[in-house]
Design a protein around this ligand. Structure first.
Ligand SMILES: Nc1ncnc2c1ncn2[C@@H]1O[C@H](COP(=O)(O)OP(=O)(O)OP(=O)(O)O)[C@@H](O)[C@H]1O
Length: 229
């Protein structure tokens, strides 16, 4: 822990998981159970003190940071609650940025289509501070759509959205997986988790249960049971 050298937190403990290509997995669990840490370790945003992460056949946890960043730019998309939009760029420029970093230039038509899909074409020239929280989240989604990554990590993708927009986002994540993208989504929303192909339940830094359950109430029960264990 920063500033407290002796204090140690075991955020993840013996997690062993495989996310097949084209699968849509929800990671659920009580607050503090390690969901975001797992997502960050998988995505290479945090470095595990022990263990190994492999994506698309490459051991990304063993890559040097610069190589891992290039790998992420080429293959990975993020939909995080903090949006991670670049403040000085417009919505349209934010959408085109990952592809530019990966060495591809998007046409105006591709950028417009991605913004259209999330209902924000009319906001293309605005900067993040001129958009609402939900709109920023939708720009982050358009950005991932336009760059068509092979893997998408989503952390509470519906957290800042109203019911309608949540439905659009979840539909889109489903479609993405059906086209072969691997989607891993951390969520507290059991209704959202019920739309995934499988649900991983975390508790105390461990993966407590895997389930194919599509019933929100039963998923809530699994979270509760894992917490009680
Ligand atoms: N930078 C950090 N320093 C110290 N402890 C941390 C840090 N990040 C996370 N933790 C701890 O690690 C554990 C797992 O945290 P994590 O954020 O992964 O949980 P989570 O399941 O995503 O929680 P939430 O649903 O509340 O977002 C928690 O006990 C948390 O307090």
């Amino acid at each position: 822990m920063p500033g407290r050298k002796d204090a140690r937190v075991l955020a993840l403990d013996g997690v062993d998981a495989d996310f097949p290509e084209g699968s849509f997995t929800a990671i659920v669990g009580a607050s503090g159970s390690g969901k975001s840490t797992l997502l960050h370790c998988m995505a290479g945003l945090d470095e595990p003190t022990d263990g190994r992460v492999t994506m698309l056949g490459s051991a990304t946890s063993e890559m040097k940071p610069a190589k891992r960043a290039t790998f992420r730019a080429q293959h990975v998309g993020f939909v995080f609650q903090e949006y991670n939009l670049i403040a000085s760029l417009t919505a349209a420029e934010n959408v085109s940025m990952p592809s530019r970093l990966a060495g591809r230039t998007l046409s105006k038509g591709q950028i417009d289509a991605a913004l259209d899909a999330v209902g924000l074409r009319h906001r293309a020239n605005l900067k993040p501070h001129q958009l609402s929280g939900g709109e920023r989240q939708r720009v982050a989604i358009a950005r991932v759509m336009a760059s068509e990554p092979r893997i998408v990590f989503a952390d509470e993708p519906t957290g800042a959205l109203d019911l309608d927009s949540s439905g659009v986002v979840l539909d889109w994540l489903r479609q993405l997986a059906s086209r072969g993208t691997t989607v891993v989504m951390v969520t507290h929303d059991v209704e959202a988790a019920a739309l995934a192909d499988s649900v991983a339940v975390m508790s105390g830094g461990r993966l407590a249960t895997w389930s194919n359950c599509r019933d929100a109430q039963r998923i809530a029960g699994l979270v509760h049971a894992a917490r009680a264990r």
